[in-house]
Design a protein around this ligand. Structure first.
Ligand code: 5GP
Length: 258
């Protein structure tokens, strides 16, 4: 199997560090206490996964989304690939050696990991759990192999697949960013052809025809997911209690507000 496609499913997914996720699907009332930006109480943060073929612009989109959306963070992955010009350790990625990465895989510290174009990429399980347990919403920008692993662990998540408008536009974008050789572009396109077939395993699909519009669509998904009844129940109960005469000495909430 080529390094492009090697599945990381043989990773030790049930290492000691993976344990915090065991209860991730509990009822909202059983989850860690915390208050989200929209006032929904007592819930874990939401876990969003964004995947897209290389060159679709997903990192730019998610960086903008996280910057403009209170209470939403973009996860920082670990990678064995060398930093590109302008990339900073601890900001764009946690850059580590292949040996360090492999040691961490053996220790089971990754929620998911994958070998992509010969480099290793992974999401720290403890980092992710810390964020979610604190009630903060988190976005993982990971490839389709990583998304499959998160799902296979039964970890509750909201998957968003970002598509370019067409294969031709993707090719144009890959050439335009002049980061890759012809051979690398051909390889990225070949991998993209396989990756896009996974779109239906996600909850949402967004087409990146224009950055502004695409960020708006992503934000709409976050806003809608945050408004789910199961997450808003506690806050809604607070409001509804103001309608219950018994709770207010016989006064209606309307008369209270006047
Ligand atoms: P790049 O080297 O261009 O920054 O990223 C290459 C690919 O790796 C992208 O598709 C990106 O989404 C994916 N990637 C980045 N971090 C992770 C990670 O932690 N896990 C997985 N599975 N993929 C990642």
């Amino acid at each position: 199997m080529s390094s492009d496609t090697r599945s990381a499913f043989d990773a030790p997914l049930n290492g000691a560090h993976a344990r915090p996720f065991d209860g991730a699907q509990g009822k909202p009332s059983e989850r860690a206490q915390g208050r989200s930006v929209d006032g929904s109480q007592g819930r874990r943060g939401l876990l969003f996964i964004v995947s897209a073929p290389s060159g679709t612009g997903k990192t730019t989109l998610v960086e903008r989304l996280a910057r403009e959306t209170p209470g939403l963070r973009m996860s920082r992955s670990y990678t064995s690939r060398a930093a590109r010009t302008g990339e900073r350790d601890g900001v764009d990625y946690n850059f580590i050696t292949r040996e360090e990465f492999e040691a961490r895989v053996r220790e089971g510290v990754f929620l998911e990991w994958a070998d992509i174009y010969g480099n290793l990429y992974g999401t720290g399980a403890a980092d992710t759990e810390g964020c979610l347990a604190g009630g903060e919403d988190l976005v993982l920008v990971i490839d389709v192999q990583g998304a499959r692993q998160v799902r296979s662990r039964g970890l509750e998540n909201i998957g968003i697949f970002v598509l370019p408008p067409s294969a031709a536009v993707l090719e144009e974008r890959l050439r335009g960013r002049s980061k890759d050789t012809e051979e690398q572009i051909a390889r990225r396109l070949e991998v993209a052809c396989r990756e896009v077939e996974d779109f239906a395993t996600y909850d949402y699909v967004v087409i990146n025809d224009e950055v502004e519009r695409c960020v708006d669509r992503l934000r709409s998904i976050v806003v809608a997911e945050r408004a789910r009844v199961r997450l808003m129940r506690a806050r809604a109960e607070e409001v509804i209690s103001t309608f219950r005469k018994d709770d207010h000495g016989g006064k209606s909430s309307e008369s209270e507000q006047v």
